[in-house]
Write a protein that binds this ligand. Structure first.
Ligand code: SF4
Length: 393
């Protein structure tokens, strides 16, 4: 079990208190630490085991993905097993496109997360405001908190428009959804604004905190990747923000084997304790030089467990290019993979039997798990030589 957090030296912003089951987020409460199950939700034994492992290491809130009615049935069983073990666990469910599942899910959890960008995909004839109202109505009925989870990799297409200014688009999306909550007179919500670039996370959360000082903030660097870089990226963002009192709940997102998922909690608590004790390890800003490998933390949506191993192999294979300013993104599924790989120089997203390979947002093809590494190596070599040629021209 990890040591308790030291938060005393952190001067917090005065945000409103949001309740998610037994946890208060904001309102001066200790910073709540979250993690997410990487197991398949329908594998109830493994998911239950993972929930108990995360709880044992001090997770205040544990996220589970629910994408189908079968996932909801699995969640019901998990909740009833937790009840029979007399384990009080604050669960949050990540709704992707299937916002209507909230009706069945809200009685089983303490918090609901939705991504404004994902509300545009299904049921296009239903207005986003109506979908939000549906989510809020069910959250309210069952006393759930809500997280508006804006992600740079899956921004609201209407806010993105033709602009490359993702910061402006992300802020506009958060503003719109806060206004929707206000219109519904619902206050039990928090907001997250995540990117895989710690500098973006610092900038956008700083701006957001100025604009909405009363709204509790969930901090995270998405797809921070593997250790040690994943911890370094997260630490840079958290140190900058927590030291200024921004951040009421946090999640460290790391690509880890299922059995080591609790490291997310251990690392989050260590960073909070260090900031509380005035121990800073990072330079104030993240200056990305050299090879940058981003990979998602994996969750129940991973369709082939070879993904975690593949991410590690990509890191090993690409180490020869450590001095090149190149970003390689490795994503675990079709939900976030296609969008999150768009901005990388080389992007991989994993399907059940193949891996899609992209170069600067363009799909190069789908390759088997055996073929993908040599193919990636070939593309990496070609990218490096085309840059070298340009520089010497
Ligand atoms: S990319 Fe897919 S598998 Fe990876 S964390 Fe996101 S939703 Fe889960």
């Amino acid at each position: 079990m990890s040591k308790p957090q030291v938060q005393s030296a952190i001067e917090r912003r005065h945000t409103r208190a949001v309740r998610a089951g037994g946890v208060i987020i904001g309102g001066g409460a200790p910073i709540a630490v979250q993690s997410m199950c990487a197991t398949r939700t329908q594998d109830t034994e493994s998911t239950l085991k993972q929930i108990l492992l995360l709880k044992k290491h001090g997770a205040d809130i544990i996220r589970v993905a629910v994408d189908s009615k079968r996932d909801v049935e699995a969640l019901k069983e998990i909740r009833s097993r937790l009840d029979s073990l007399e384990q009080e666990v604050n669960l949050v469910v990540d709704l992707q496109e299937s916002y209507r599942l909230v009706e069945a899910v809200a009685p089983l959890v303490q918090k609901i997360r939705y991504n404004p960008g994902h509300l545009h995909h299904h049921e296009k004839s239903v207005a986003v405001a109506e979908k939000v109202s549906f989510i809020v109505r069910h959250a309210e009925r069952h006393g759930c908190a809500v997280r508006i989870g804006v992600n740079f990799g899956s921004l609201d297409p209407e806010k993105k428009g033709g602009t490359d200014d993702r910061l402006t688009a992300a802020l506009a999306s958060a503003d719109e959804h806060i206004a929707l909550m206000e219109g519904l007179e619902f206050e039990n919500f928090v907001v997250s604004l995540k990117s895989s670039d710690p500098n973006d996370v610092i900038d956008i959360n700083t701006l957001f905190a100025e604009r909405h000082p009363e709204v509790p903030v969930h901090l995270g660097v998405t797809e921070a990747g593997m250790l040690p870089m994943g911890e370094i990226k997260t630490r840079i963002a958290f140190e900058n923000l927590l030291a200024r009192g921004i951040g009421d709940t946090v999640r460290v997102s790391l690509t880890l084997p299922f059995a080591e998922k609790y490291e997310e909690i251990v690392i989050a608590k260590r960073i909070i304790a260090d900031v509380g004790n005035g121990r800073f390890r990072s330079v104030p800003r993240f200056i990305q030089e050299g090879l940058n490998i981003i990979s998602c933390p994996s969750c129940s949506r991973v369709e082939n467990e070879a993904f975690v191993e593949l991410a590690a192999k990509v890191k090993e294979m690409a180490s020869y290019a450590s001095g090149e300013n190149i970003t390689i993104a490795v994503m675990g599924c079709r939900v976030n993979g296609p969008g999150e790989t768009d901005d990388a120089d080389l992007g991989l997203w994993c399907a059940p039997r193949h891996v899609n390979l992209k170069r600067k947002g363009e799909l190069l093809g789908a390759f088997s798990y055996e073929e993908i590494l040599p193919k990636l190596r070939q593309e990496l070599d070609s990218l490096i030589s085309s840059r070298t040629e340009r520089q010497s021209a």
